[in-house]
Ligand binder design. Sequence first.
Ligand code: MLT
Length: 410
Amino acid sequence: MFTGMSTPEIDLVVYPDECDAFGHLNQASFLSLFERARWEMLRGGPGMDVFTRSNSWPALRKTVIDYRAAAFPGDVLRFQQLLTHVGRTSFTMRQTARRLRDDTLIAAAEFVFVCIDPEGRPTPVPQQFREYMDTRRGDSDVQRITVNGVNLAVEVRGEGPAILFIHGYPLDRTIWRDQIEGLEGFRRIAPDLRGMGQSDAPDLGYSMSIYAADLAAVLDVLGVDDVILCGLSMGGYIALEFVRQQRARVRGLILMDTRADADAPETRRARDAAASMARERGAAAIADGMLPKMLAAGTLGSRPELAEALRTLMGRTPVPGIVGALSAMRDREGSEGLLRTLSGVPSLIVVGEADALTPPALARAMADAIPGAGLAIIPGAGHLPPIEQPRATTEALESFLGSAVMKPSG
Ligand code: MLT
């Protein structure tokens, strides 16, 4: 079993005859546009006859469509298609339609197909169709998902309740490798935020609110309604912003090595100085400056290979992403008041015992502020427990998820 193979984007124009008396694209036409996008994808790949060549037909068994906004004649809709599940005889496709001009999500749909033979008996999904999809997969579980005009790299693994991992600055989703490997029974979703990792890095357009809106849109594309958030440092600021924007979707909250207060004036000035340094001397200078603060002294001394890997990771962050994140962090609002309102949200605060940037005292204060929140202090870790003490971090998450949120499926 695997999840999330992305296929090429297909652009289709809305014609007047597909619209109702008020000019809106009508529902029957929506269905046929979704279908046309699927055939177009096959036309550009293994051929429209990929099923009939195997004496098999993909019979539609279930459709769920979420209509979000009206589309009008002349609109160009961009269809993005993900194969979210392939079994022996069935497969599930998730499709979204966005208006190209303004990136509005028009509709998102899920289609479940069963392949049948001419007598109507279930038959295996044709090998060539699987192979085509496999070659589209590229980097195993990493999908390319376009949201809010920016193409993001998103790793998606497993089935079960969804956990969204939000990395910090200037990092990428790979800091969650051990947690993504370990937390079986959950649907683990780890995007590279805009401006970092393998995601696009536009020059402008960075704020906590935009990062959170990107994540909400990624969940829309993946068909995830509610989610457990796990944010590290800047990822924690984004998680709190997500709670502000989309509270009804938040099933649990893990805040790791982060803080609830806004930047003090001197920190704001330091952000601007760091942005100037990034522009003048590049990401490597930022990486050199951050490295000693990111890891516990013990990690730095005893694991030079880990320190070097982290320096490389930070040093390849695109400068626009660094500058954008610095301005987003500088301008974020404080969340102290929000924490006190989280009584219905199972929450865990995690911190490295030797975190110099967001020390355990801050974590304790956050755990005290959120009604019923747990606190896990990870020995032998600084600001980055997921990579410094991966096992202990994953175990802390496992025990929280098992007890406070829900048992994983399977
Ligand atoms: C991070 O790790 O995301 C940053 O250090 C957070 C910050 O600078 O406030």
